[in-house]
Design a protein around this ligand. Structure first.
Ligand code: NAD
Length: 438
């Protein structure tokens, strides 16, 4: 029997949850307070750029298993399960802002009249699902609802793949025992033998934070090694490759760069550190990761200034790549933001290109010159900075760049170019963790 599900919040995670769960055969209604988003989703426009999303959205809209509404009552009308996929952004003090969760709970409490499973898909600090349970109990009969934690691990850019082929599914319940309705919702994953971790709420919440914090730590580690490699004349790629060959280490997340960004790692590391402090367990390693990541971003600006010989007034910088990583249009906490902000502040002219993220970046920086083509963005630039590892930049025609730029200087923050070829063509080239220059 198909399970009837409401998904509250249709951002990157909510839309993936909507199309994924409806594709599994469930009946899903997506709700969002953003009316425009709902209109676009209903017409088959995924709103975000995510590989394969449009296909699965249209497919499931056509089957009638998936629909969207901006009327909360309609979304909840027949629902047996409601997934909370709203944002949990960072507050000024680094803690997670749970106001979107609270307003979704208030709306549920107002209309709940039969048993409902409330599933928290948003990333929330340890203790939040227990708080949700207490909060709802203070408003409605506790026999009317059950709280389940089901953190999401998908990667932007690979959201569809990750939803259908997760490494594991984590489900936290009050007593840590299996929940039959959650098992039914994910029955398609049981068929492909996806591992399920059943645990209590706090364990599920901390699995999510521990995973993101560990990955952020791995990135920060290799960035610090890259900085050392630069000074010592070593090649970070060979170091990372050899390290990754050790099965205990694994080669993933050992790519040096300008510091991690995105909608998850920065806020989740800070929220984890905050949770630790709240209960008197100082997460000193994570706190160091957070500050080292900021230093890494600043270091990139210093590198750029050095390449401009610290004489930056009247200079023009071309920024290639605005998204926080390739294959997404998401610019939240993108290293490009730090770089563009840093230069604009000093009066440097910025031209920019990105295959998918320009519209989002324009909302933050309307006065940057944007181009549809990377070569046009490089016209008259004194320095070209590659900020995102889009495949489009791996095979840039350096002759064409040479013809366009004012000065032949490239700062490759993702190490996507071959330093030797760039230097051979007369560029001053600098990457991260391997000495280039000419
Ligand atoms: P998002 O900002 O893209 O989407 C949040 C959506 O919720 C928006 O569309 C917003 O309009 C809507 N919303 C806000 N308040 C609402 C309310 N009261 N009722 C209904 N809708 C409301 O966020 P996201 O990137 O999808 O992240 C959602 C959650 O999932 C966060 O907790 C995030 O940490 C977590 N997460 C994100 C990712 C990722 O890669 N983006 C991966 C794993 C987990």
């Amino acid at each position: 029997m198909a399970i009837k599900i409401a998904v509250i919040g249709t951002g990157y995670v909510g839309i993936s949850t909507c199309v994924g769960l409806s594709d599994f055969g469930n009946i899903v209604v997506g709700f969002d307070i953003d009316d425009n988003k709902i209109k676009r989703l209903s017409s088959g426009d995924p709103v975000i750029y995510e590989n394969g999303m449009e296909y699965y959205l249209k497919k499931n809209l056509e089957t009638g298993r998936l629909s969207f509404t901006s009327d909360f009552k309609v979304a909840l009308k027949d629902a047996e399960v409601v997934f909370l996929a709203v944002g949990t952004p960072e507050r000024e003090d680094g803690s997670a802002d749970l106001s979107q969760i609270k307003s979704a709970l208030d709306a549920i409490a107002e209309i709940i009249d039969r048993p409902l499973v409330i599933v928290t898909k948003s990333t929330v600090p340890a203790g939040t699902n227990r708080w949700i349970n207490d909060y709802m109990s203070s408003k409605v009969d506790e026999n009317l609802f059950e709280v389940v934690s089901n953190p999401e691990f998908l990667r932007e850019g690979k959201a569809i793949h990750d939803f259908f082929h997760p490494d594991r599914v984590v489900i936290g319940t009050k007593d840590g025992k299996e929940n039959p309705i959650m098992r039914d919702i994910y029955r398609s994953l049981y068929l492909i033998e996806t591992p399920f971790i059943w645990c209590n709420w706090e364990t599920a919440e901390l699995i999510k934070y521990a995973s993101n914090a560990f990955l952020a730590t791995k990135i920060t580690f290799i960035n610090q090694m890259a900085n050392l490699a630069e000074e010592m004349g070593a090649d970070i790629h060979k170091i990372a490759k050899a390290m990754g060959m050790d099965g205990r280490i694994s080669s993933k997340f050992l790519h040096p760069g300008p510091g991690y960004g995105g909608s998850c790692f920065p806020k989740d590391t800070k929220a984890l550190a905050k949770t630790g402090r709240k209960v008197g367990v100082v997460m000193s390693l994570i706190e160091e990761v957070i500050s080292s990541n900021e230093t890494q971003k600043e270091r990139m600006i210093e590198k750029a200034k050095r390449l401009l010989e610290n004489n930056i007034s009247d200079k023009k910088v071309a920024v290639l790549g605005l998204a926080f990583k390739a294959e997404t249009d998401d610019i939240r906490e993108s290293p490009a933001i730090t770089i563009v902000k840093g230069f604009l502040k000093e009066g440097v002219k910025i031209s920019a290109h990105d295959p998918k993220a320009v519209e989002n970046f324009k909302k933050l920086f309307p006065y940057v010159e944007y181009y549809d083509n990377a070569y046009d963005a490089c016209k008259n630039a004194n320095l070209v900075i590659i900020c995102t590892e889009w495949n489009d930049y791996r095979n840039l025609d350096l002759d064409e760049i040479s013809r366009n730029v004012k000065e032949k200087k490239i700062l490759d923050l993702r190490n996507v170019l071959d330093p030797e070829s760039a230097i051979k063509k007369g560029f001053v080239y600098e990457g991260v963790g391997r000495k280039g220059v000419n």
